[in-house]
Design a protein around this ligand. Sequence first.
Ligand code: CDT
Length: 312
Amino acid sequence: MTRVLTVGAAQLGPVGRSESRTEVVERMLALLHRAKELSSDLVVFPELALTSFFPRWYMEDPGEVDSFFEREMPGPSTRPLFDEAKKLGVGFCLGYAELTPDGHHYNTQVLVERNGRIVGKYRKVHLPGHEEHEAWRRFQHLERRYFEPGPDGFPVWRAFNGIVGMAICNDRRWPETYRVLGLQGVEMILIGYNTPIHYAPDPSQDVLAAFHNHLVMQAGAYQNGTWVVGVAKGGNEEGVDSLAQSAIIAPSGLIAAQCHTNGDELALAECDLDLCKNYKDTLFNFDRYRRPDQYKLITERRGAVPPPEEPA
Ligand code: CDT
């Protein structure tokens, strides 16, 4: 059984508010076909890939909000992607806004095997931004208004001849994400993202957006001996510049492939899952070297509590 997967980071350029899901799926199908020509096994699309990144807009009408959500997956507009991927024998990972039958709203990714079987869904745990309209911002980031945090933690699945996990955008900045997946033996983490380059609470971070993006994913890969595939919806979308630089990162932490435009683009890498062992069995042999008894604060405490001030 070969454990070398050819993986495509299928970056998307901007999706306009007026663009239909059918039009976006056409763009994805073009990337899927290109990936097949290059013998890919798995193609990874970005977070909330089917629509414009709607959390930038404040909306009060629940009907308007729900128009950005999918009530079924596959649904009428995504069915062609599922059908074509199955026909080509290429698996894929797709980020979308999920409205469940019992009315829950999640920021979700679905993973689909080469035979068309849905492997699993991941629902975003770390929701960034704010809940209410904040007039001082150039644009909003209302994920905390429109989504509930995912209730299922960070599962892994046996798929693609390996152990695969998922995370979504802001999750990638948190070391806990990778470590919880690492503790389940993850060998490849699939991450879609929409990252506005302007960060309103601290604009001094804007010039560091690209550095921070790769910093966190490269560290997560190395410290857990896993492949990481980070895929952007980048470029100027409805007046907001978003980071591109989608990357496939090896368990060494090195970038194996990277997109070089802000638009629809495929970056491809041959990912040998057995390379994970080089790190998991040596420097990051968790069972041998970790000291969980010394890490209790990680699960017991949420915010930082500094020690009391020394008396002057
Ligand atoms: N989509 C998403 O999670 N974006 C955030 C933006 C920064 S917080 C406003 C990210 O971590 O990239």
